[in-house]
Design a protein. Structure first.
Length: 147
């Protein structure tokens, strides 16, 4: 709790706080996945911002709007969800796809396109983890606005 509060204060002041020695549990990947998936970084974070992990590939739309949160050293694949295109990842190759707090920022067509792309990319048994705010609360707020 204190660590998050300190990070929040520094963030609001325009500073970035980071560890001198990042801790990555890469051994866990070798335990569960093959070398090709690890070497080719077949673990995808969509809407990744400045996320970094040596086994993962970031997929994001890099723009001036989010430049404060998008570290150039963490860039991966460029993809604009609103463009409704094909994510540049081969079919049936992704081990894991993660998407956190992204879908609530794009329209329904972009979300459907994202889901179609993810299920095209995933290997059999692959995992798609999506994190979003309370969707029922979001829908309730939208519907009240329409009445």
């Amino acid at each position: 709790m204190i660590k998050e509060a300190v990070g929040y204060v520094f963030d609001k002041a325009g500073y970035t706080v980071c560890s001198k020695k990042p801790r990555f549990d890469v051994d866990m990947y070798w335990k569960y996945y093959n070398g090709v998936s690890i070497d080719e970084k077949r673990f995808y974070n969509i809407g990744a911002g400045s996320f970094y992990h040596p086994c993962w590939t970031n997929i994001d739309h890099y723009s001036d709007w989010y430049k404060v949160r998008q570290d150039k050293t963490c860039r991966g694949l460029e993809f604009d969800l609103m463009g409704l295109g094909r994510i540049p990842v081969d079919d049936v190759t992704a081990e894991l796809v993660y998407c956190s707090h992204v879908v609530e920022h794009v329209n329904d067509a972009a979300v459907q396109n994202l889901f179609d792309n993810v299920f095209r990319m995933l290997k059999p048994g692959g995992v798609f983890r999506i994190v979003t705010p309370d969707i029922l609360l979001e829908y309730a707020a939208d519907y009240r606005d329409w009445e």
